[in-house]
Design a protein around this ligand. Structure first.
Ligand SMILES: Nc1ncnc2c1ncn2[C@@H]1O[C@H](COP(=O)(O)OP(=O)(O)OP(=O)(O)O)[C@@H](O)[C@H]1O
Length: 262
């Protein structure tokens, strides 16, 4: 079970007064304004908001793929750079970015190959990861032979290959139909219950953020800012029926009301 943030435990990810401005010609875009947040170890949080509110920017800042203009980001008390160099992050992007000429198991084993993990060990680990995401029967297929949802599961398996402490997911299921997306949400929670890492999940879907998360960080645009943090008190394990519960609908309304100036 994820540990809720307490006053004393060191946050896994901490942002303090983060401001992000992108230079554009003579002017600049204020993408994020004064964002502060704490995420606890083992927590599942979503960054939710409409297009342009800075969700991807925030995720890239956490991953040390961007540097904030001002403010600080720490991971277990160290810099985001140190966390990246220590390979604490696994990242799943909106499109699965698999190599079509490599079999699925060789795609999953790629990060292990890059780290010079011996062949036998990396093949065993790749097969265990494929079992974790329910793709063991497709290990010898090529990505183009899989459905979009299966490709994204393979991308998740690959992101988990280095056993990252933190999994950063940028709208991983937004290209899928609603049925596949809901099933993948359930599968992701089942994977997370076994892996027990910290997940930061970007989405613009209110129901998806509620179903998955312990807490939802609501972002509003122009400029991108944190407008609310909503606790999701649905019990775990989450079940598909919970999507029809009065509490679920109440949370949808609460989150909708929390957007500012959209
Ligand atoms: N490289 C860049 N250069 C200039 N402006 C940028 C750059 N990247 C993002 N922006 C701007 O920063 C703001 C936040 O963008 P970001 O992609 O983080 O939002 P988002 O919430 O992830 O949007 P979406 O849901 O459409 O992906 C937007 O106004 C965007 O146009």
């Amino acid at each position: 079970m994820p540990v809720p943030p307490t006053g004393t435990a060191m946050p896994e990810i901490q942002l303090k007064d983060v401001e992000m401005r992108y230079p554009t010609g003579n002017t600049e875009v204020l993408a994020l304004h004064q964002v502060s947040m704490d995420i606890a170890k083992g927590e599942f949080v979503s960054l939710l908001g409409p297009s342009g509110c800075g969700k991807t920017t925030l995720l890239r800042l956490m991953a040390d793929l961007l540097e904030p203009t001002t403010g600080s980001i720490t991971v277990a008390g160290e810099s985001a750079r140190a966390a990246r160099l220590a390979r604490k992050y696994g990242i799943v992007f909106q499109s699965p970015v698999l190599y079509d000429w490599r079999k699925v198991r060789h795609n999953v084993a790629l990060p292990l190959e890059m780290m010079n993990v011996p062949k036998k060990e990396r093949e065993e680990r790749a097969m265990a990861l494929l079992e974790l995401v329910g793709l063991q029967r497709f290990a010898d297929k090529y990505p183009w032979q899989l459905s979009g949802g299966m490709q994204q599961r393979a991308a998740i398996a690959r992101a988990l290959a280095m056993e990252p402490e933190i999994l950063l997911m940028d709208e991983p299921f937004s290209a899928l139909d609603e049925f596949s997306r809901e099933r993948l949400n359930e599968e992701l929670l089942s994977i997370w219950s076994k892996v027990q890492n910290t997940i930061v999940f970007v989405t613009h879907s209110i129901p998806e953020s509620i179903f998955l998360s312990d807490r939802v960080f609501v972002l509003s645009p122009h400029p991108g800012r944190l407008s609310a943090v909503v606790d999701i008190p649905l019990p775990r394990p989450r079940t598909p029926e919970m999507r029809n519960s009065p509490l679920f609908f109440e949370l949808i309304a609460r989150i909708r009301d929390s957007f500012e100036g959209v």
